[in-house]
Ligand binder design. Structure first.
Ligand code: ARG
Length: 457
């Protein structure tokens, strides 16, 4: 059934019909469409626009349709143009005349704007739940590893020693910000477009704030033209999702490096790795690679949405139908990636010994050796040069600063004493760094305590 056949004398071209239709993808929000319709008729009845009896008949039938779709008794036919036409057609088929009143004071323009908002709102909540679970996994690793030493890198060169808890803590911050970004989007988008009509409201005495309240929105939208053409929240969502993917992708890149034979910092669980069809020795980090790879796809959705919107005059234009497929794909992709990454991380084994050895080998305590000299009255610039000489000496002999004898130290600077060894040990280097946010155990414990509280709120 077409919702707009009256004005036409010829059938639609078959290709136009399928080009125009959105049922193949908007059927995904059938629940939201029914939820919106029930709120709409409840408001219509309260305002005396339809009778209570008509409302009751429609509501009962809509709930039955919902049940039937959920239980597979009713299949959404792709012959309809969109999910709105389909539900209305089934309703009218089942209850006759009253069904034809469903669309009173409503246009598909405000209807689709509502459905998409309801759907996105639910998806934001689900994505947030997955992020929270991922944060709990990271938190557990942090709690267990405040004394697991590893090299910290800048420019992918060993820089200063940190701990695994500290390194994981950086990702905790990123995903915490992601949750807060989603929350911002949710807060800003929570106004109800229902009742905006095609673009200019309606002549019926609708109570738009009442419909908004029924659907859990803060209030009705303030401008009917904006209501049917606003897709800002989708751009915001796709931006939020892109940033989540960017974070997951960076994390994946590290897992891939750490899992390599050269690093050997971690071993990905068998359940989360795959093999090679030709090389029997291989265990590949495919999940991390796929997460990294799928990031481009989500960025693509953001670019696509921004591009679709950029030339659109007010108010609704059919271009807006293009907001759905990319958004749905981005949501599915991100939810899948968070869950899989979480599972991979939770089962990954960390090779603590190897990480500590690596931290010891790359002169990550050179800054601390310089600080030692500074604490004994040498200027930082001179100290920097002296330690530079020590490093050269070590490279030449193939040893680390910890392996030098006191005599060798003294040959470069008489300031060095026996306590240099304790002062540049990995443990000391980390423990001394106790300013807020630094890797020292006490500083880390504070952060972990705060994170614990955040997760329990
Ligand atoms: N399928 C359309 C969309 O997704 C629904 C709104 C159609 N409105 C219209 N006036 N043709 O945007």
């Amino acid at each position: 059934m077409k919702l707009w056949g009256g004005r036409f004398t010829k059938d639609t071209n078959k290709l136009v019909e399928s080009f125009n239709a959105s049922i193949t993808f908007d059927k995904r929000f059938w629940r939201e469409d029914i939820q919106g319709s029930i709120a709409h008729i409840t408001m219509l009845a309260k305002q005396g626009i339809i009778s209570d009896e008509e409302k009751n008949i429609m509501e009962k039938a809509l709930l039955e349709i919902s049940d039937d779709i959920a239980n597979g008794r009713l299949t959404i036919s792709e012959d309809s143009e969109d999910i709105h036409s389909f539900i209305e057609a089934v309703l009218t088929e089942r209850i006759g005349e009253p069904g034809k009143k469903l669309h009173t004071g409503r246009s598909r323009n405000d209807q689709v704007a509502l459905d998409m908002k309801l759907y996105v709102r639910k998806q934001i909540t689900e994505t947030d739940g997955l992020l929270k679970h991922l944060l709990t996994t990271i938190h557990t690793i942090m709690k267990n590893n405040t004394e697991t030493f590893m090299p910290g890198f800048t420019h992918l060169q060993k820089a200063q020693p940190v701990t695994l808890a500290h390194h994981m803590g950086a990702y905790f911050e990123m995903f915490r910000r992601d949750r807060s970004r989603l929350y911002d989007t949710l807060t800003r988008m929570n106004t109800c477009p229902l009742g905006a009509g095609a673009l200019a409201g309606t002549t019926y005495p609708l109570d738009r704030d009442y419909s908004a309240e029924l659907l859990g929105f803060d209030c009705a939208t303030a401008n009917s033209m904006d209501s049917v053409s606003d897709r800002d929240y989708i751009v915001e969502l796709l931006n939020d999702l892109s940033i989540i993917m960017m974070h997951l992708s960076r994390f994946s890149e590290e897992v891939i490096l750490w899992n390599s034979n050269e690093y050997g910092f971690v071993e990905i669980d068998d359940a989360y790795s795959t093999g090679s069809s030709i090389m029997p020795q291989k265990k590949n980090p495919d999940i991390a690679e796929l997460v990294r790879g799928k990031t481009g796809r989500v960025y693509g959705a953001l670019m696509s949405m921004l591009t679709t919107l950029k030339g659109l005059p007010l108010a609704y234009n059919k271009d807006m139908q293009e907001d759905k497929e990319f958004t749905f794909d981005a949501i599915d992709t991100v939810k899948g990636c968070i869950s899989l990454f979480d599972g991979m991380l939770a089962t990954m084994k960390f090779n603590n010994k190897r990480m500590e050895e690596s931290a010891k080998k790359g002169f990550t305590n050179a800054t601390d050796a310089a600080d030692y000299l500074v604490n004994h009255g040498v200027t930082f610039r001179d100290a920097h040069a002296i330690v530079g000489q020590l490093v050269l000496f070590c490279i030449d002999k193939g040893i680390s600063l910890d392996d030098m004898t006191l005599e060798e130290y003294k040959a470069v600077s008489p300031v060095f004493e026996e306590d240099i060894f304790e002062k540049i040990s990995i443990k000391t280097c980390v423990e001394k760094r106790n300013t807020k946010g630094a890797p020292g155990r006490d500083a880390m414990k504070e952060i972990i305590k705060a994170n614990e509280k955040y997760l329990s709120d």
